[in-house]
Design a protein around this ligand. Structure first.
Ligand SMILES: *Cc1c(COP(=O)(O)O)cnc(C)c1O
Length: 411
């Protein structure tokens, strides 16, 4: 997607980007400082409406909070989804402050400590068990607190999902229990003080290929059907993961959500209804819900030329938005969409020229736009970087070089 398609999604007023319905210069005045992250409520609502309209109605939608754990965002999203998925004790606390009932909060991730497990059991949330040790910890916490914890077993499948930006299933993994030992684990703990309500498979993140996602969901159901009889009660929870991606760089094509929705409807009406008649199917998404709703806004502090190349230096950088610098798991650095947010009028756009946008950190890694075509940016102008709603601030090395932290708002 081109930067101007992202501009169109947010809208403009008088040649300026609009965020949360407000011209960006006014929003910046409201925030009082740059850099800042702004998340647009209207875009969040539209994304969730689209998901609801496209996914089958019996599928419950879970928000994976690690994509954006800002409490205001979580509170907003919590009213529009069925469940929340947390991956740390702090995320758990934020989730418990929302309207979502503890029984609809799941706790995933490797390396849950005894203390975190105890917190989760006391809260009454669903624990997605990633190992035998973790199962023992859950049972011990339940014994101590006089509770029967609900757990779902996270399974590391015997297949991988091609085309994921980050692979989290198939082959050797720190995530989940290998599918070939699931049967043994379930029989070992079949009479202990724990209620295994179902299964969880999450095999990868940032996938733009609808057919691949659909095939992975079918394979997941087939794999889990083999374990259904190993539980003393019918399977009540079937978390098929997610991994829906968003386009970051020019060559990325957006995910065809309709194809995913149609395939999932067929799966729900077919083998899920047949093999798991009492299960609630769950799709958990982080990036797809919040990623496109956020912009990272910086201000130009210097414009300089070096041996024929023009550099635009901004007051933010990779310490706030690591992914835009290409250092968050990308194999090859490609530019994220960015614009000079106060020069979106047709004359300025017509006069666009090549420039390289860099952050304020004293390292060549702090590159935000390599040789991009943008209108003439002057000191004081704002540069907005799109696709900043997920894995932005909390996935960045904020202490690196000791510059101030950015502001963060839900607009
Ligand atoms: C990170 C994670 C997610 C969210 O992934 P996205 O690609 O942001 O949708 C969902 N489930 C689990 C278990 C995760 O670890």
């Amino acid at each position: 997607m081109m930067p101007l398609e992202h501009v169109a999604a947010f809208g403009t007023v008088d040649g300026q980007l609009r965020v949360g319905g407000m011209p960006l210069d006014r929003l910046a005045a409201r925030v009082g400082t740059t850099p800042f992250f702004a998340y647009d409520r209207g875009l969040l609502d539209a994304r969730l409406t689209l998901l609801r309209a496209t996914l089958p109605p019996t599928v419950q939608l879970s928000y994976a909070m690690k994509a954006n754990p800002m409490p205001a965002v979580v509170q907003h999203v919590a009213r529009l989804v069925d469940r929340l998925d947390v991956a740390s004790g702090l995320e758990l606390r934020t989730a418990l402050d929302t309207v979502v009932k503890p029984g609809r909060i799941s706790f995933a991730g490797p390396g849950k400590t005894e203390a975190e497990v105890r917190q989760a059991v006391a809260a009454g949330v669903l624990i997605e068990v990633e190992s035998r040790t973790e199962m023992i910890r859950v049972i011990a916490a339940g014994d101590e607190l006089g509770l029967i914890p609900a757990v779902a077993l996270r399974v590391n499948p015997d297949f991988a999902v091609k085309g994921s930006g980050m692979r989290m299933g198939g082959g050797p993994q720190q995530f989940g229990v290998d599918s070939e030992i699931v049967g043994d684990l379930l029989s070992e703990f079949s009479t202990s003080g724990v209620d295994v309500i179902g299964f969880h498979v999450f095999a990868g993140s940032q996938n733009l290929h609808a057919e691949v996602i659909a095939a992975a969901q079918r394979s997941t159901v087939e794999l889990l059907a083999g374990f259904a009889d190993a539980l003393p009660q019918p399977v009540r929870y079937l978390n098929l993961g997610g991994g829906f991606g968003i386009p970051y760089v020019e060559r990325d094509r957006p995910l065809d959500l309709n194809v995913v929705g149609e395939a999932l409807t067929a799966l729900v009406d077919g083998s899920i209804a047949e093999r798991f008649p009492e299960a609630v199917p769950v799709i958990e998404l982080g990036r797809y819900i919040v990623g496109e709703c956020g912009v990272y806004v910086t201000r130009v502090v210097d414009v300089k030329w070096s041996r024929g190349r023009k550099y635009v230096v901004v007051d933010g950088g990779m310490h706030h938005q690591l992914a835009a610098s290409g250092n968050f798991g990308q194999a090859i650095r490609r530019n994220y969409p960015l614009v000079v947010a106060d020069r979106l009028d047709t004359d300025s756009l017509a006069g666009a020229e090549k420039a390289t946008v860099v952050g304020c950190l004293c390292t060549p890694l702090d590159m935000l736009g390599n040789d991009v075509t943008i209108p003439e940016a002057r000191i004081g102008d704002m540069i907005a970087i799109f696709q900043a709603g997920a894995y932005g601030l909390t996935a960045s090395p904020t202490a690196f070089l000791g510059h101030p932290a950015p502001a963060e708002i839900l607009a």
